[in-house]
Ligand binder design. Sequence first.
Ligand SMILES: *[C@@H]1O[C@H](CO)[C@@H](O)[C@H](O)[C@H]1NC(C)=O
Ligand SMILES: *[C@@H]1O[C@H](CO)[C@@H](O)[C@H](O)[C@H]1NC(C)=O
Ligand SMILES: *[C@@H]1O[C@H](CO)[C@@H](O)[C@H](O)[C@H]1NC(C)=O
Ligand SMILES: *[C@@H]1O[C@H](CO)[C@@H](O)[C@H](O)[C@H]1NC(C)=O
Ligand SMILES: *[C@@H]1O[C@H](CO)[C@@H](O)[C@H](O)[C@H]1NC(C)=O
Length: 309
Amino acid sequence: MSLAMTILLLPTLSIIFPALIPLVSGNGHVDTCRSYCGNVTIDYPFALQSGCGHPGFRDLLFCMNDVLMFHISSGSYRVLEIDYAYQSLTLHDPHLSTCDSIVLGGKGNGFEIEQWRAPYLNPTADNVFMLIGCSAQSPLFQGFPGKHLPCRNVSGMGCEEYYGCPGWTSVGTKRAGSAFGSGPPECCSVAFEAIKAINLTRLHCEGYSSAYSLAPLRVDGPRGWSYGIRVRYSVQGNDSFCRACVATGGTCGYGSDAVRELCMCGSWNSTSNCDSVHTSSSSRGTWSVVNVSAGIFIGIIVWMNIYMS
Ligand SMILES: *[C@@H]1O[C@H](CO)[C@@H](O)[C@H](O)[C@H]1NC(C)=O
Ligand SMILES: *[C@@H]1O[C@H](CO)[C@@H](O)[C@H](O)[C@H]1NC(C)=O
Ligand SMILES: *[C@@H]1O[C@H](CO)[C@@H](O)[C@H](O)[C@H]1NC(C)=O
Ligand SMILES: *[C@@H]1O[C@H](CO)[C@@H](O)[C@H](O)[C@H]1NC(C)=O
Ligand SMILES: *[C@@H]1O[C@H](CO)[C@@H](O)[C@H](O)[C@H]1NC(C)=O
C-alpha cells in the first residue's frame, strides 16, 4: 500500500467509523414495535407484540387476517380506526344496533373494562349508549333517587330521535308506555360516565346501540350519527418516559413484570433512555467492540504509514 493510498484511506475511515457507531449503539435503529394490521397503523402506546408499547395497553390488540381486534372483559370488538391525534379508537361490535337494524337477544358486548385498565381507556364523553328493551327490574330504573330516570341526551343524541330510525319498524316500540307512566321506556340513552359499565346482563337489557358524532352540526339526525364505540385512551398524562426514549433514538416498551417501562435501544434495554449508557452492561460491550475494532484499524493504518514510508 502506498502512502498516497493510506492518505486517501484515513479520511474515508474517519467518515465510516462515526457513521457505524449510531447503527450499532441504537440511535436511529429501526422501530421494531410499530406495525400494521390491514390498513390500521399500530403505534405507541399500542402494540401487537408483548414488551412493546405502554404496559397499560398490553394484551389488548390482536391482528387476525388483517382485522384488528380489541379485547377487554366484556368481549372482542373490531377496531375501525385509531386516531393518534385525538387519542381515540373507534370500535365495532357486530351485535350493536344501528339506525337500520335493532339487534335484540342480549348478545351485545356492551362495554366493560378490567379495573386495572380503566384509567387508560374510557368511552368518550360525547359517545351515547342507548340501552334497548331493559326490563322494569333493571338497575337503570332502581338505584336512582326518587326513581328519577338516568336517561338523557348525550351531545344532542338520544332515544327520542333514535326512535325515528327505520330499524324500529321491525321491532315496534312501546315508547308511548313511558310517556304515560306504565313501564320503562323502550330505549334509554346514557353517557358511559353515568353508569361506568354497559353490561346487558346486569342491566337486564335486550340490546344496545352506541353512537358518536364527529361533525359539530347534527342536522342529519340519527341517520347522520356514526354507530360504534368511541373510546378515549390515555397514558395518564405521563408519556415523558417515552418521549425521552424516542428522542434518543429508542423504542418504548416495558419489562417482563409488565409494569416497568423500558427503552429499547437496539442491542440493549435502558430503564431511562438510550443516552444513559451506564445502565446496561451489554451497552459497554457494544461500545468496546466498536472502539477496539476502530483502534485496530487505526493501528494498522499507522503501522502501514510508518512501514511504507
Ligand atoms: C380501512 O379499510 C376499510 C375497508 O377495508 C375502510 O372502510 C376504512 O375506512 C379504512 N380505514 C382507513 C383509516 O383508511
Ligand atoms: C428488551 O426488552 C424487550 C421487551 O421486554 C425484550 O423483548 C428484549 O428481549 C429485551 N432485550 C434485551 C437485549 O434485553
Ligand atoms: C356482566 O354481568 C353478569 C351478571 O352480573 C356477570 O356474570 C358478568 O361477569 C358481567 N360481565 C362482565 C364483563 O363483567
Ligand atoms: C333529547 O333531544 C330531543 C330532540 O332534541 C328532545 O325532543 C328531547 O326532549 C330530549 N330528551 C331529553 C331527555 O332531554
Ligand atoms: C411519570 O413518570 C415518571 C418516570 O417514569 C415518574 O417519575 C413520575 O412520577 C410520573 N408522573 C406521574 C404523574 O405519574
